[in-house]
Write a protein that binds this ligand. Sequence first.
Ligand code: CA
Length: 164
Amino acid sequence: MEAIKENVKDFVSVNINDEIRKIVEEILKEKGNEYINAISTNGQHKVKFTLWKDGTTKYTEYSNFRVEDEQSKYKLKVSGYSGTAGESLVNVLSARKANEQKFSTYDQDNDGISDYNCAMENKGGWWYNACFYASLNNMENNRINWYKDMGYNIKKSMVMVTRK
Ligand SMILES: [Ca+2]
């Protein structure tokens, strides 16, 4: 996700003016998952999460990555773990598992708790169940988290999607 945004930002900063940049950034903000769905379903893809914390860099890679379409609420499908940051999306407590979950935002509550809004409470969209074991978009009090094996307070993350 971030990688796509960064690439577009680089392109935008070199090639077009501020007004157009604002428009493109708005489209990306609103249509981010649509692009990820289009990319990840066009052939087979893997995904790599690179995480920075306390001067160390670790990564988690899934050899299969896909985000379903809008009708399926952009459900996440990953499998085939390898890496050093830990497997935090698939083989974890089912109530907090991101894999096979729909994407939730503050105004699109698709999480696993009926009387609670995980995206609103954590100030960021994610594939929440009840609520999360690992999440990279939480703006609430350093909750950016990759439970196994990095925990909370992740300082920086990069997500890269590659065609196989
Ligand atoms: Ca809910």
